[in-house]
Unconditional design. Structure first.
Length: 257
């Protein structure tokens, strides 16, 4: 029987320097991962990446931070190659990379569409492809999407629309990788209390989101707290191995599906 615990496992996290990705990286180290490779996009996140590496090491795990723009297949191939050279083949591969755009449908430019597709859809596809090549047998792969896959919210056509294909990629990959015991999932958090969420929203919209979930009164901010998302992801990449091909929305009842 395969060992599905996190202890002794190697993890690779795209977008693992800060916010939800950074907390996932620290959490895996805390729960016994032997090594965690984190990716960050640009020099602006280097300080956060360094702090996350230090936290991982303080938890007793080996750590490395790798920088790159993952909107090309070649960059993702390099990420996996560099991570494997530094910490070994991953047992766990998590992609938290994403970009949000709030804009009326009629104002979305071709450049907007191309950028959102590159970050949210293309990166996810090729990360899954490389994970399928390199993750160890009985491994776990998880992609971050959005709870807007279960809602119809104005002005997020490009964001939710370019995250939507990941739900299909997840199903397809789970069928193809399952023969090796690999579980493939996607997680769609609700509006999160992080800097990723706030720049797209005005004060009135933020106030609405803070009251929109069924469990908002019991959240510290009313929004989805990343500390409440991490345990679900930890479960999916460990004892929750029997869950595969699924997209799970974690949002306190902000949407249902």
């Amino acid at each position: 029987m395969a060992d599905h615990s996190i202890k002794g496992k190697v993890a690779l996290i795209a977008g693992g320097a800060k916010n939800l990705g950074g907390l996932i990286a620290r959490d895996l180290a805390k729960h016994g991962a032997s090594a965690v490779a984190i990716h960050y996009n640009s020099a602006a996140s280097k300080a956060d990446a360094d702090a996350t590496v230090a936290a991982i090491q303080a938890a007793g795990a080996k750590a490395v931070a790798l920088q790159g723009d993952l909107t090309t297949a070649g960059a993702i191939e390099k990420l996996f190659a560099d991570a494997i050279a530094a910490v070994g083949k991953p047992d766990i591969a998590i992609n938290t990379v994403g970009k949000v755009l709030k804009k009326p449908f009629t104002e979305i430019s071709e450049a907007d569409y191309d950028e959102m597709t590159a970050v949210n859809s293309k990166t996810a596809f090729f990360f899954l492809r490389e994970a399928g090549k390199h993750v160890n047998d009985n491994g776990k792969i998880c992609t971050l999407v959005t709870s807007l896959l279960g809602a119809f919210t104005p002005f997020y056509a490009a964001y939710a629309g370019t995250k939507a294909p990941v739900e299909h990629y997840t199903r397809a990959a789970s069928k193809e990788f399952g023969a090796r015991g690999i579980s493939v999932t996607a997680v769609g958090p609700g509006p999160m209390d992080t800097p990723f969420f706030y720049p797209a929203e005005g004060a009135d919209a933020v106030a609405y989101h803070k009251t929109a979930a069924a469990l908002s009164p019991f959240s510290k901010t009313g929004l989805t707290d990343i500390e409440d998302v991490v345990p679900f992801i930890r479960h999916l990449v460990s004892d929750g191995w029997w869950i595969t091909g699924q997209t799970i929305l974690i949002n306190g009842g902000y949407t249902t599906k």
